[in-house]
Design a protein around this ligand. Structure first.
Ligand code: GLU
Length: 313
């Protein structure tokens, strides 16, 4: 299979330096291996996604010199996700869940304080083959979400950047949502179906998604798809060690472009922070391809100060 990578933003506004950095590293990894790069707009959340945001991402990528070979929009792929969800349903692995967010929070053990929600299996039927029999007759008038049953076993993989990982899904997240109650497709299902059908062989993204990979590997296996290589990236953080936040306007590419900075100056600084160059000098993305190597990228999170000093515009 030819090497293929992707950038899969969920556009909810202008591109942010964190997105630029993920896009740049994924693009460099692909181009340095002579592979193809897919741009996939992950606009599955109807409340947050707008077409105009996707157009801005495209414009920003062109400005940065990060060209793509294939382009997809998730909101146009609902029938495909429905097909694969149905396969999981026919295998007897899914069930309707009527829990509200408040119900789920009420069943959380106090030590699960890192923001992670472990679903307690409240709606999991005793007999999975009867899971969908009485959907219309449920006392709740709510539409159900659809969850998938997870096994109580370790799922391991070797991350291309962070090495061996292993997660027990029953303890890490519990049965997880594959379709939301409002009908929206869940990220975990859509990302697996898309990466598999698009022939993606290398997934590069922030390490905040490192432990989503086992959930995805579980779905890859159930659907009979080949698992890609995962390469997670250290996060970009401010000097206090907090992950760069979208609300910080000075890190928004719209503001950076308005202030007159060049694409080469943005790429030069990010490449320097990512360990790819010795000095934060302006450079184009294509000039970095020949020298790109995963070995140069650190595994500790990357602390960055003010991105552009007052006098540098
Ligand atoms: N759409 C996801 C995000 O913007 C990234 C998905 C992925 O790379 O797997 O956070």
């Amino acid at each position: 299979m030819p090497m293929k990578g992707r950038f899969a933003p969920s556009p909810t506004g202008r591109m942010h330096l964190g997105n630029v950095y993920s896009a740049l590293l994924s693009w460099l990894s692909v181009r340095s291996q002579g592979g193809a790069w897919v741009l996939r707009i992950e606009d599955l959340d109807p409340q947050r996604s707008r077409r105009a945001f996707a157009r801005q991402v495209e414009d920003d990528l062109r400005w940065l010199g990060l060209d793509w070979d294939e382009y997809y929009v998730q909101s146009e792929r609902g029938e495909i996700y429905a097909h694969y969800l149905n396969i999981l349903k026919e295998k007897g692995l899914t069930y309707p869940c009527y829990c509200t967010r408040a119900d789920i929070m009420a069943t959380q053990a106090p030590h699960e304080s890192d923001g992670r929600i472990v679903y307690a299996g409240t709606c999991r039927p005793k007999r999975m083959e009867e899971a969908w029999l009485n959907v219309g007759a449920h006392p709740s008038s709510r539409q159900p979400a659809t969850r998938i049953v997870v096994p109580d076993e370790e799922i391991g993989f070797v991350d291309g950047h962070y090495g061996a990982q292993s997660v027990n899904l029953a303890r890490h997240c519990g049965d997880f949502v594959v379709q939301r109650a409002d009908g929206a497709w869940a990220y975990q299902l859509a990302v697996v179906v898309d990466d598999a059908l698009m022939g993606i062989t290398e997934v590069v993204r922030g390490r905040d998604l490192l432990l989503s990979a086992p959930q995805q590997i579980y779905l890859y296996r159930l659907l009979g798809f080949e698992v890609p290589v995962f390469c997670h990236l250290p996060l970009l953080c401010n000097l206090e060690g907090q992950r760069l936040c979208k609300r910080d306007k000075s890190l928004d590419l719209g503001e950076i472009r308005k202030a007159g900075h060049s694409p080469e100056s943005v790429i030069g600084k990010l490449a320097f922070y990512a360990g790819l160059t010795r000095r934060a000098e302006p450079v184009s993305a294509s000039e970095l391809v020949a020298e790109f190597s995963w070995q140069k990228v650190p595994s500790e999170d990357i602390l960055i100060g003010p991105f552009f000093g007052e006098t540098e515009a």
